[in-house]
Design a protein around this ligand. Structure first.
Ligand code: TYD
Length: 241
């Protein structure tokens, strides 16, 4: 499989075509952004840590029956993925109140959300990712009711698997964001699940172990990413039942 032309450049990843139309190559860059692109930096090695963690999580989810776009790792920071038609939704599952849900609604930071709360935003830079509801998703023609049901069920199943796994590593999965795509009429997990898209708190100390360290300058971002990658990757995934 040969890498061909650049298809798409996002805030932290670039996607390339290959000589196989079904396969794309995804490169995790060292760029980091926050606040709708208002804060930007490049941190050497960051792409590699996110790729490692995302790869590990996608393989773990795959082993547990979740369909994902992951095919194989090519080199550090670079993976081969299935070509999906992406659905422009940011599907966020929240187990603990934090971030925008605390700013926008009367939740106390750190309050458990049980059952978990699903929030879905429209992935559109032009519209600044507004929150959607089911009716808006149907009216905009983004997904059918059957597809949305499936996306929500997958999001909750992924949350359950990932929360359990991270809990065993002493990490609380506060919330995280997923993106889904279609291939041959099936819904498949795409994009990444990494320290850029999860909000993680140390179970003992409550310390942030994710992009909040960058957003709010809570410490050394690379030290945090390296440490959390080590913690996540150190566990044999067979442990989780
Ligand atoms: P949220 O609290 O809505 O946003 P923020 O606190 O960044 O204003 O974010 C919930 C989770 O989803 C958090 O773990 C980060 C992730 N997320 C993304 O990865 N990309 C996004 O565009 C958004 C809105 C959230």
């Amino acid at each position: 499989m040969k890498q061909a032309d650049l298809l798409y450049t996002g805030k932290a990843k670039s996607v390339y075509r290959t000589d196989d139309p079904e396969v794309y190559i995804m490169k995790f860059r060292d760029d980091i952004t926050a606040f709708d692109g208002g804060k930007k930096d490049t941190l050497a090695g960051k792409g590699r840590y996110n790729a490692e963690v995302s790869t590990f999580i996608f393989r773990y989810l795959g082993e547990h029956g979740i369909r994902t776009h992951y095919i194989e790792s090519i080199e550090p920071g670079v993976i081969a993925v299935q070509n999906l038609t992406m659905i422009p939704l940011e599907v966020i599952v929240r187990n603990v109140a934090a971030g925008s849900i605390v700013r926008n609604y009367p939740f106390r930071e750190g309050a458990p959300l049980d059952p978990p709360v699903i929030v879905i935003d429209y992935k559109s830079d032009a519209h600044h990712d507004p929150m959607l509801n089911d009716e808006l998703i149907y009216a905009l023609g983004i997904a059918t009711p059957e597809e949305l049901d499936q996306i929500k069920a997958m999001a909750l199943a992924i949350n359950e698997l990932l929360s359990k796994y991270l809990d065993l590593r002493g990490i609380t999965l506060v919330d995280f964001k997923m993106e889904f795509g279609r291939s041959n009429g099936r819904i498949i997990l795409g994009d990444e699940i990494s320290m850029d898209s999860m909000r993680l708190w140390d179970k003992e100390t409550g310390a942030s172990l994710d992009k909040d360290v960058y957003r709010f300058e809570k410490g050394d971002v690379m030290e945090t990413y390296a440490g959390v990658a080590k913690r996540i990757l150190s566990a044999p995934w067979g442990e989780v039942k």
